[in-house]
Design a protein around this ligand. Structure first.
Ligand code: FES
Ligand SMILES: [Fe+2]
Length: 405
């Protein structure tokens, strides 16, 4: 039997999606045309479960803020930009939402509609398996400090004495690392041990409300560039994601991808020697649980930019992010000067700010780990590999001495 419940004023529902709640569950209301009927859907994109209330109306469709999937008034997914020309899987469609009525200047939803599926299984920042890993807790330059890690406070003094005592503490790349219990994986090797010519610099540490696993997933994702990073480098990026492969790596994975990109800062472009559209080799390296590296080789200009990226799982609603840039040959000089380093860091901060803005719309407290909770497409191979590694990491932590160790 229908149980109509008012959830919004009619006048507040426009072509801009509006988040509402019904029995504690998030829904989105939207009109697909000015003055058109109100539609209601569960407030999550089937791809990565981000809220559709952050989506953009395109005049007839709703475009998800993360990877630009578009949905029509009937909930049909009509575009997956990373895979143009390919059939859209039926599971990409939005499941039917609750019945809607507009009456007395209000929008009513029928509570009798069954709630959308069971909740996803998440890797959160307080997952006990994370005790078996190295985590960054602060820059050496910040010592002494009290850090939050896995929902606990740890005080660290200048001599690296830590209270309460962890299994181990160390420093690497100017960061203090702490392992609450014996770590299952080692820290990355120094990525540029062979070549000390690079210039390195840390970005100021940043904070986000999403889980470290979500931050890692965002870092490994390339399909979001044209949508999330349109204000920095994304506007010139291809929407289609070419096929790429993912290889196993010690306790993680890596992927080498060749991409086209615009390189207006290349002195060769300014001198008219090279076109602005150039080739780049991007090598993504991931090690469980949250060590990440991206090496960008500019194949035409011969420059290399390496980004070290680490996430500190502080609490259920806080993650601290550390980004280090290692630059070689950028701007024409082998070892870039301070002005080039400052410019590159400012640019990377602007890129990170775009990711943080998207993350501020996310509501899940962790990264879904069961494959069926999300919908993975070909462009998501690295994200799938990340989820598998996190599952494997959790299993190893749960079975000390088991076959996985
Ligand atoms: S398109 Fe919505 S999360 Fe990817
Ligand atoms: Fe991003």
């Amino acid at each position: 039997m229908s149980q109509w419940t008012p959830v919004a004023r009619s006048a507040d529902v426009t072509t801009r999606p509006l988040a509402v709640e019904l029995d504690g569950l998030p829904f989105v209301l939207v009109r697909f045309a000015d003055g058109g009927p109100v539609r209601a859907f569960a407030d999550r994109c089937p791809h990565r479960l981000v809220p559709l209330s952050a989506a953009t109306p395109t005049g007839g469709t709703l475009r998800c803020a993360y990877h630009g999937w578009e949905f029509g008034p009937d909930g049909r997914c009509v575009a997956i930009p990373s895979a143009p020309g390919q059939a859209v899987p039926p599971r990409a469609d939005l499941p039917p939402g609750p019945a809607v009525q507009e009456r007395d200047g209000r929008v009513w939803l029928d509570r009798a509609t069954p709630a959308p599926g069971d909740p996803p299984e998440l890797c959160t920042n307080e997952d006990s398996a994370l005790r078996r890993a190295w985590h960054p807790v602060g820059l050496v330059a910040e010592l002494p400090f009290t850090a939050e890690l896995l929902g606990e406070a740890w005080s660290v003094d200048e001599d690296l004495h830590v209270e309460p005592a962890p299994h181990a503490v160390t420093t690497r790349w100017g960061l203090v690392w702490l392992a609450p219990q014996e770590p299952l994986t080692e820290l990355f090797d120094d990525p540029d041990r062979e070549d000390r010519q690079f210039a390195g610099a840390w970005l100021p540490p940043a904070r986000t409300s999403v889980a470290a696993a979500v931050v890692a997933d965002n870092f490994l994702d390339v399909a979001h560039f044209p949508f999330v990073h349109a204000g920095t480098f994304g506007a010139g990026e291809e929407r289609a994601v070419p096929e790429y492969t993912v290889q196993g790596d010690p306790d993680g994975c890596r992927s080498v991808q060749e991409q086209w990109f615009d390189n207006p800062e290349d002195p060769g472009v300014l001198d008219g020697v090279r076109p602005v559209r150039q080739r780049r080799r991007a090598t993504y390296v991931y090690r469980a649980p949250f060590q990440l590296m991206l090496r960008l080789e500019e194949l035409d200009a011969g420059a290399v930019k390496t980004i070290l990226f680490f996430a500190q799982p502080e609490s259920l609603t806080r993650t601290r992010i550390y980004t280090k840039m290692l630059l070689w040959g950028i701007g024409g000089a082998e070892r870039p000067g301070p002005d080039v380093v400052a410019r590159e860091c400012a640019f990377e901060e602007a890129v990170l700010a775009e990711d943080l803005a998207l993350q501020s719309t996310m509501t899940l407290t962790g990264l879904p780990l069961r494959m069926r909770d999300e919908l993975h497409v070909r462009a998501d191979r690295l994200g799938v590999a990340l989820r598998r590694e996190l599952v494997r990491f959790r299993e190893r932590a749960a079975n000390p001495g088991g076959a996985g160790e």
